[in-house]
Design a protein around this ligand. Structure first.
Ligand code: ATR
Length: 286
């Protein structure tokens, strides 16, 4: 007989996160607290999986009766070939961070971009339509975020990147979905002038280099929303520079919480206890 959680062998809900390395991941502690708060019997475990183990590990989701897993660095792209289906969120981003096992059928989702946008709307900008957005960085994180932002109908999205060509390539991917352009960092001053929201998607400023800045903070101006995907430290130097200049600031913790909240909601069908998840991470970061 098949249970409601799509797992025909275990009554407990089995969940986890696959990555390499994995010991540093805060997902097990966050999801553990969420399961407890929801009164769900189960476990969310860290799974150290190397690249050459990935195919077998994905197969084991079915064998062991896991309801689902998160997938993290460096497997978000490589895992796609082992799945039975891809949700449109994963196709748009070209990467998977969440797998759902429905009775042996594995579907890949990407909740990073939509998690970020849910957090930005909940914590800083309730309505993104008509806004001018400047995104710094043109890697995998930027791709997920630009895709999710475009669904909110902003006026424009400008991508500024150290390697200008990559910004142009990323912008080209989304041409059909809105006004998107890519520029090099030499053109960021012009782009920042009329931007309502600036979003750092690079790792510049992340622990253990909290003094680093991804852009000249002199370009931040009053009334702007400054957002950073980094959540360690909770307030990056970019955010602190924004605060000094009268900007509204938005840190990356919400993105982490909401990407996990979406995943948990897909696995359990229940609303995620987001405030408990957020507080768990804050406590754990000290
Ligand atoms: P992620 O999946 O986290 O986005 P990624 O795909 O490796 O990681 O992309 C990292 C992004 O951060 C890129 O836009 C990168 O710029 P380049 O394309 O020029 O490499 C940017 N980045 C990383 N370190 C940087 C630094 N020290 N200064 C400026 N940009 C940096």
């Amino acid at each position: 007989m098949t249970s409601e959680n799509g797992n025909d062998r275990n009554t407990d809900l089995l969940l986890g996160v696959m990555g390499d390395p994995i010991a540093q991941s805060k997902s097990p502690i966050m999801h553990g607290a969420a399961l407890k708060a929801l009164g769900i019997q189960g476990a969310y475990v860290p799974l150290h999986i190397t690249g050459d183990q990935l195919g077998d590990a994905v197969q084991a989701i079915k064998t062991l009766g896991f309801r689902g897993v998160n997938v993290t660095i460096p497997h978000k792209v490589a895992v796609m070939e082992y799945l039975d289906k891809l949700d449109e969120s994963a196709v748009a981003v070209g990467a998977v961070n969440t797998i759902v096992n429905d009775n042996g059928v594995l579907t890949g989702f990407n909740t990073d971009g939509i998690g970020y946008v849910r957090s930005l709307k909940a914590e800083a900008v309730p309505d993104l339509s008509g806004t001018r957005i400047l995104v710094i960085g043109a890697g995998g994180a930027a791709r997920g975020i630009v895709s999710a932002l475009l669904a909110e109908k902003p006026y424009s999205v400008k991508i500024a990147n150290r390697t200008a060509g990559k910004a142009g390539e990323l912008a080209a991917l989304f041409q059909s979905r809105g006004k998107v352009a890519g520029v090099g960092m030499d053109e960021i001053a012009e782009a920042a002038k009329d931007a309502d929201i600036v979003i750092n998607t690079t790792s510049v400023g992340m622990f253990p280099h909290p003094d680093d800045l991804p852009m000249d903070p002199g370009l931040l101006h009053e009334g702007m929303v400054v957002s950073d995907l980094i959540y360690n430290p909770l307030r990056t130097r970019l955010l602190l520079e924004g605060l000094k200049r009268g900007c509204t600031i938005h840190g990356g913790l919400g993105m982490f919480v909401y990407q996990g909240a979406y995943a948990l909601e897909y696995w359990t069908g229940q609303a995620a206890p987001v405030e408990i998840m957020r507080q768990t991470i804050i406590d754990c970061l000290g």
